[in-house]
Design a protein. Sequence first.
Length: 197
Amino acid sequence: MSSERVEVPPAPAPPPPGGAAAGGADAAASGDESPSVVRTRTVEIVVAILLLGFAGVMGFDNWRTGMGWAPDGPQAGYFPFYLSVILACASLYWLAETALKRQRSASPPKSFVNREQLGRVLQVFVPTVLFCVATQFLGLYVASFLLVAGFMRWVGKIAWWKCLVTSAVFSVAMFVVFDIAFDVIMPKGPLEALFGR
């Protein structure tokens, strides 16, 4: 009597702890960080130099105005001049501290903002600048309509009809509150001129 040989398949490997979702999360977490755009030390140096320049301009202007003590009390530039001196000293200390910190520190330089973070900031900054420019030509209400609709669509990824309806309601509400209820003069453009406002 001949015996047949039966092969048993190998057991599958156990899944990683936490299941497949945890494995994917670990892979995502181990990915490379967004590249740095500017380092913290660079920002500190630039801000300190700007403040030092501002202190110099203010100090010179207040010295020219008068920073002494007159018979009737301090002159107009007395207190602002010495505030400028304090600001200049603080800026110089900041510059020296930043330079010495670089020499003492053995750790890698810190990132002030990376590319992903800067992108999120620009998503708010660029539309706000465009809103300020558009207000000068289109008026506050039309510019506000475009700003709200743009934010909802570009950042929030909301449906177009919801963006348009919400923006229109918001702009009309602003017009009723400021222009009709409180009679406040706001920047207006060609659209308001068509309605005689």
